[in-house]
Ligand binder design. Sequence first.
Ligand code: ADP
Ligand code: MG
Ligand code: MG
Length: 960
Amino acid sequence: MSKYVYSFGGGKADGNESMKNLLGGKGANLAEMAGHAALRLPVPPGFTITTEVCTYYYEHDKSYPPKLKADVDKALVTVEKLMGKKFGDPKRPLLVSVRSGARRSMPGMMDTVLNVGLNDVTIEGLIADTNNPRFAYDAYRRLIMMYSDVVMEKAAGIEPKDGKGIRKILDERLEAVKKARGYKSDTDLTTDELKQLVVDFKRTVKDVLGTPFPEEPQDQLWGGIGAVFMSWNGKRAVEYRRIEKIPDDWGTAVTVQSMVFGNMGDDSATGVAFTRNPGNGDEHFYGEYLVNAQGEDVVAGIRDVAPINENSKNAQSAHLPTLEATMPAIYKQLYDIQGRLEKHYKDMQDIEFTIEKNKLFMLQCRVGKRNGTAAVKMAVDMHKSKLIDAHTAIKRVAPNQLVELLLPMLDPKAESATKAIAKGLPAGPGGAKGRAVFTSEDAVKWAEKGQKVVLVREETSPEDVDGMHKSQAILTSKGGMTSHAALVARGWGKCCIVGCSDIEIGSDRKSFRTKSGAFVREGDWITLNGTRGLVYLGNMPLVDADPSKNETFREFMKLVDQNRTLGVRTNADSPKDTKKAIEFGAEGIGLFRTEHMFYGEGSDKPLFLLRKMIMSKTLTERKAALAELAPYVKADIKATMEALEGRPITIRLLDPPLHEFVPHAQDKLEALGRELNVDMAELKKRAEGLSENNPMLGHRGVRLGITYPEITEMQVRAILEAAGELIKDGKKASPEIMVPVTCAVSELVEQKVIVDRVYGEVCAKLGLKEIPYMYGTMIEIPRAALTANRMAEVAEFFSYGTNDLTQMGFGFSRDDIGTFLPDYLEKKVLKDDPFQTIDQEAMGELIKIGVERGRATRPKLKIGICGEHGGDADSVKFCHRVGMDYVSCSPFRVPISRLAAAQAQIETPRGAKPAAKKAAKKPAAKPAAKKPAAKKAAKKAPAKKAKGKKPAAKKAKSKK
Ligand code: ADP
Ligand code: MG
Ligand code: MG
């Protein structure tokens, strides 16, 4: 028989921290804090109902296992004994909280009910017991508010009229009383006023919801338990799970815990703290608290929260007294506890505490969320202080968290020239901009239309999660660094400013005004500096971050590089991108697309010449055009090669279908006609001749080189001459000539003849004995993967083009997925977008087959990936596991791939020496081909090839 209920308290606990799956994160950590010999912290006693009961509940038509009731009764008696109070007792009533907790923390997703057990009878006992009627009525009115909201409305599935829920209605009642009396804070309310509010609340609940607030404590308790289970399938929780990819079948646990009260007067308080600053990683105890308050008051942002110590002060809270100053003894105890907790868990902890009449209680601890900057700093600091080892440090940072450190920032020049319109708390770093919107629904709507938006709210609640997700940034006028908006943004690494009291949102909810006099309407552009908490008017320029100046980042990446075996290259086509990528740690170029030079700045002339070549009719014409184009191609390749300082560069031969380059504009066509000396009719005919029904499967890639060998020839000559000239200048070059869109080894053989001939000619022309280079192919057609054993007879390297492989493997046109893929994902027909993360099941199988068969022919075959997937952490890990030599990704994602590669090595160690050690010693990569590979190629390749020049790779080797 399963155990459904786990008790904790009085220095003991049935459960512990390792039982998160069963007790939820909250329940497991409460047990750990209460019961672990090294901790035994002051935790109010209670018990946790397991997640298995939640599963049972949903599998059995929302009912409980038969023995649950008796188990709960028994556990309750244990709590009663420890507390010396009784649940429902008119003299000394025990009050409890009913709390939710899933395996992984879902901030604010689930609802907690406090003060359960209070009614018109037990309140008299509470008053007599505490001698504090004001507190008792404050607790009572809170219970009615929370209970009616969470249990009677949300869990019961009642849709509020006009979108205004019972909590909001009751809140307005409370505000009305405060306003009528001229009170600023809810702590100003008197006992009588609170007593009156209780009566009023109960009547309102009955009027609005149709059922009375339940007086019977047992009904309250079980109502609360059921509501927690129901909230697992509440809209907000489901939404959050979808975004965070948390499985729906985990379920939540319920913790019932005896209440302690932070609202008993000025010697009581409640707070939230972190063992280190979660915003920047500083090694300082950091937190916020509120005197005479309960539960959610701190995170709800209803009063200005105070800093627990000097280090926690910010612009908004600097004037408020610290906990350290007002309750030094308690602070010292709390400080000591947080230190013990961090040592115990070996990670930054997020803790919730309450002080009841000068007595400290711990109500929660968990591993604290942190942004990318903080994650890196904490990992480095904790590793330095030997709290964690290198592997743990590397695992502590999620690859995508690094994005934040590489994130654009506000252009400092533009920023210093502009005056901020408001200042708030810097809750999520980086710069971001967008059009102001004021509701979550609008954020979603606008974002779906392709607009960049910034969500502006007084405060956010779990209902806003979707809109927050779709916004570039979040700006709230209320709430502190531990508010909902701050927590969620921190988790996502989103730019966020909270507690920006300088702004006042208009009553129309479509504009805000700032203290400085600025006025922003819905749709107006605003720009946020989330690192400093500044808001600007307009659409300001953002600039790329420079992580190379960040010492902590560099230290972290050093650890990363010492622990990876997979190489990381970049996809780059210009010296500028190349330099950037090298700064980010790229070890070479995995994909240089020759065609990029025909787009963008400075492309007019080469594009014209390319078009001339394309529109040529005869071989002579085409060769003439190619000869004119060649110097441009060479110069382009040479510049990037030079920027690489000898690191390898995989240059892909011309890939797109020619028709893509045919001009549409009349003047461009006319110019071409004049150049080629043909009339418009003829020119149009030629253009039409090039058009295809299915260009992506048409005349492109190697097929162009087969039809027009002279195109291949020109490119190969440009590559080898560029390399040869650099070498003659005493520089280094390691080109890898890559043939795209191949499906048969014979294509490679055919093209290799050209390569070999040109190689001889270039060496002779430049007076060089050798130019190191490699010859290889992209693997992007399923047939190529399946015949990899044959392809490797000629190819010295493979580079997986996973974009096309996915396109052809799935039969999904990448340019047309917009019409159906969203539905696939929404309906979970597919779990992930296969263009974003490698489909390991089938595309992965093709890749694996290709690796195995290719290496069976050529054991040292060099294998990499150059599709978009090379920058996706999961895909990078996959590439590591199948034994690739490197991945290649956009410059910006290089650090992310490096980290993913190190994590992959830690998860699945593989033989080779850590890649980075080599790289660190010798940044200039050596020519990559190994002797055996080259030999084998020569041996196995067909006669035609053997007659040509000896494989370049061999020479490369002898050169060392
Ligand atoms: P969440 O998952 O949203 O953090 P919690 O269960 O932690 O919800 O409850 C929210 C807050 O309610 C806690 O931070 C704490 O301040 C208060 N709280 C919960 N249980 C108790 C209790 N037994 N005594 C006093 N306060 C409590
Ligand atoms: Mg909550
Ligand atoms: Mg909590």
